[in-house]
Design a protein around this ligand. Structure first.
Ligand SMILES: C[S@@+](CC[C@H](N)C(=O)[O-])C[C@H]1O[C@@H](n2cnc3c(N)ncnc32)[C@H](O)[C@@H]1O
Length: 410
């Protein structure tokens, strides 16, 4: 039974426990749940689940789901968003006690700083030092409380650190803006976020009965994650080859929550990610080997490199453009191959991907190129749906965001 009508009352509930800006719209997930005829006897996977939009939407519709995410911060967010609270009065009691204790520490003049290595990871100017200190005191008070709801409290802290207190703007690229208006009462804003979580949980507690597991792992190497459940449908939005650096978009809260302490740890997170930008290309990357047999893909990479030479562009990152392109599609090829180990025959798949022109405006028809790879590695391309058209400020062009629809016949 597909009970998608249950969610009409509050579309953003639970999704908004973290930052909406990283995700795609929940209605897209509902569309493919209906289109694929998914009911509560089936299991949906999002192998690039990010903040968990697909999983939360499945939960709201009573459909069991699994998520895989390689970035520790978004893994944490999707895990918390799909975990139940179970003792509402205790949740409120612990939160109020934390707010009171943190507030007293802040008012006593206590100061807390990041270590030098941690501080260096932050995007310059992303947060005022006094506010950062208050957030770190709150974080420390949450951890010292040993409440069993620390994860929910930390997610609320991550959200308000970025949305209310940082100088960061996402439009959609991340930038630092000066004089962003802020309410400097950290504990008050945080408690409001916590109360929203509590309210959502109380209104929609039955959703949390639906099984959902989020795994931290690399979608290019699913065999090593040890997922025993078989999958009937995939609904996902992987990164696009567009220079977006997901570890940078989530940098501030990753550091404040203490998930990463230095450059080396940050680098090892980035190495787990699909190569989709010049800042996460490394010596020895070899995902590109998987796509050297597709002339349509190799030709575009050659065009990008030829264009660079013609324009006489010699910067380190421009030299990487054609490499990112090949390693991106190679990584997606690895993903599609390794995914087959957990798919049920007849599984339906929807990949939301944008066309790109980030590299000298040379058109990259992402869905079409992924379709070529998918057909070759054992899937049938059903169709490509256009989901929306966006104006790309960089290239001054309109680019399609498409959904590549596949079937795995087994
Ligand atoms: C377009 S975002 C997905 C957004 C998601 N729909 C949401 O609700 O937030 C792509 C995600 O893929 C993740 N990712 C990148 N490479 C990955 C990999 N190799 N394995 C798993 N996740 C990866 C990124 O960290 C990012 O969160």
């Amino acid at each position: 039974m597909n009970n998608s009508n249950r969610i009409e009352s509050d579309d953003e509930a639970i999704h908004s426990w973290y930052r909406f800006v990283l995700s795609y719209p929940p209605h897209l997930v509902r569309h493919y749940i209906n289109d694929f005829g998914i009911d509560n006897t089936k299991c949906v996977l999002d192998p690039f689940c990010g903040t968990g939009t697909t999983n939360v939407e499945c939960m709201k519709n009573g459909i069991p789901s699994i998520g895989i995410e390689a970035n520790i911060m978004t893994y944490f967010a999707s895990s918390v968003k799909t975990s139940s609270i179970d003792n509402y009065p205790q949740f409120l009691k612990d939160a109020r006690s934390i707010a009171e204790k943190a507030s007293a520490r802040i008012h006593s003049g206590e100061i807390k700083n990041l270590d030098d290595d941690e501080y260096k990871l932050l995007i310059r100017g992303s947060i005022d030092n006094n506010i950062l200190s208050d957030l770190l005191i709150l974080k420390n008070t949450i951890d010292q409380s040993s409440s069993r709801y620390c994860n929910h409290y930390n997610l609320a802290l991550a959200k308000c650190a970025v949305n209310t207190f940082s100088n960061l703007k996402f439009s959609p690229e991340i930038s630092v803006v000066k004089n962003k208006p802020k309410n400097a009462n950290v504990t008050e804003v945080w408690l409001d976020e916590v109360l929203t979580i509590a309210k959502d949980w109380q209104s929609f507690r039955s959703f949390f009965d639906t099984p959902c597991t989020i795994y931290k792992g690399d979608a290019r190497d699913i065999e090593s994650i040890n997922i025993t459940q078989k999958i009937d449908a995939v609904i996902t939005s992987p990164p696009y080859p567009n220079e977006k650096d997901y570890s940078r978009t989530t940098r501030l809260e990753t550091v404040i929550l203490g998930f990463v302490h230095n450059k080396q740890e940050m680098r090892s997170i980035k190495q787990q990610l699909l190569r989709s930008n010049t800042k996460n290309i490394y010596k020895g990357d070899s995902d590109s080997d998987y796509v050297l047999k597709y002339p349509e893909i190799v030709e575009i990479s050659q065009k990008i490199e030829a264009h660079r030479i013609e324009l006489n562009r010699d910067s380190g990152f421009e030299r990487l453009y054609s490499k990112v392109f090949l390693n991106y599609f190679g990584g997606m090829a690895r993903h599609l191959i390794s995914l087959k180990s957990i798919l049920n025959p007849g599984a339906k798949l929807a990949y939301v991907v944008g066309d790109q022109g980030s590299y000298y405006k040379i058109p990259i028809r992402t869905a079409e190129l992924l379709g070529i790879i998918a057909e070759d590695v054992g899937y049938r391309v059903e169709r490509i749906d256009t989901f929306r058209t966006r104006f790309a400020t960089g290239s001054g062009e309109y680019l399609n965001e498409n959904v590549l629809v596949l079937t795995y016949e087994g």
